[in-house]
Design a protein around this ligand. Structure first.
Ligand code: ARG
Length: 342
């Protein structure tokens, strides 16, 4: 499975017309972010599918002539006048588990991205502001108790063996890829980056990666209701202390326009040895079910031992509950098809 399609042009290239270029030429956001910075990742990485990053909340307003058509196309026709609303009520999920038999789903993970209101995003944040984010987030997390109580581990100074183990176990992020590098999101790496996790590692927060916060809930097996309600509880606790960048139109604001809205990726690692024999077909089925298919070592990775990472595709203009319900139903269908295959 390869995601590199160098011949396909990015949404950025498609929508950056001469007219748009002219309109946005002198535009600078209050944090000093320019069009040149917004499109750099897509220019440097010709295999980008999207190719733009926002430097701050204002980017979505000031660079709207470029961002709006990209958002509309990526998010399935989402229009300028459309509004987004959140719903994190776990009682509305249609099932407890994505895999009632417990024989296909290895693990379940849901993450959301968040950025602090009023502070530039990773591509434009200053070293001082990044430190401030870390301080505020870690301070809020230090008040968590019960099963959410945990410790913060700064990346700077972490010993190499611990770091590699956390990455291999899918708990920790690596240095940003070449897309983030060109977006300016890796500056001063690894300063002010780190990971918080609860004792059982079912609740984690990544600090200052692609977004200022990635709030993660995960566990072995398919009990998505537990995973989702833990996440909802943690988000609510954080929201009592921190204000996140959010608009009615775009939902939670993220540095990459693909994550706007819920900023949520709900995923399972699922064993599909039979369907996996024809990956092109599996991909088509996932598409029809509105699900994304990945390998298990993160974005742009390959499958290992017929285990796939399956997640919700739509993030904007859908509530968290509805997106997870789509995953529950879709994975249910995949498991049924896997059982029928011979
Ligand atoms: N900028 C990259 C592209 O356009 C990645 C987009 C989605 N991935 C992400 N981690 N935000 O292909």
């Amino acid at each position: 499975m390869t995601h590199k399609e160098a011949t396909k042009q990015s949404l950025m290239k498609k929508h950056l017309t001469e007219e748009v270029k002219k309109k946005l030429a002198g535009v600078v956001t209050p944090s000093g972010f320019t069009l040149a910075q917004a499109i750099n990742s897509g220019l440097v990485n010709e295999d980008s599918s999207v190719g733009v990053y926002a430097g701050d909340e204002h980017s979505y307003v000031l660079f709207a002539p470029l961002f709006d058509p990209i958002i509309e196309e990526y998010h399935g026709g989402y229009k300028k006048e459309d509004t987004h609303s959140a719903d994190l009520d776990a009682t509305k999920l249609v099932a407890d588990s994505v895999d009632p038999d417990g024989s296909f789903v290895v693990s379940t993970r849901i993450r959301v991205g968040r950025n602090l209101k009023g502070i530039p995003f990773a591509p434009a944040i200053s070293a001082e502001q990044r430190r401030e984010v870390e301080r505020r987030v870690v301070d809020s997390l230090s008040k968590f108790d019960g099963d959410l109580k945990g410790m913060y581990y700064p990346l700077a100074g972490m010993d190499e063996a611990t770091r590699q183990q956390l990455v291999a176990d899918h708990f920790l992020f690596k240095k940003g890829d070449r897309f983030l590098e060109a977006a300016g999101a890796n500056r001063e790496w690894p300063e002010s980056r780190g990971i918080f996790h609860s004792a059982d590692k079912r609740f984690l927060v990544w600090v200052n990666e692609e977004d200022e916060l990635r709030i993660i809930s995960m566990q072995e097996g398919g009990n998505v209701r537990e995973v989702f309600s833990r996440l909802a509880r943690a988000i609510e606790m954080l929201q009592r202390q921190l204000q996140f960048a959010y608009t009615e139109h775009l939902g939670y604001l993220s540095s990459c326009p693909t994550n706007l809205g819920t900023a949520m990726r709900a995923s399972v690692h699922v064993k599909l040895p039979k369907l996996g024999k024809n990956e092109a077909k599996l991909k088509r089925i996932c598409n029809e079910l509105k699900l994304s298919l990945r390998g298990i070592d993160g974005e742009h990775s390959d499958s290992k031992g017929s285990v796939y990472d399956i997640s919700n595709k739509q993030r904007l203009g859908i509530s968290e509950v509805d997106a997870v319900n789509l995953l529950i139903r879709g994975v249910g269908t995949l498991i049924m098809l896997e059982k029928c295959e011979d």
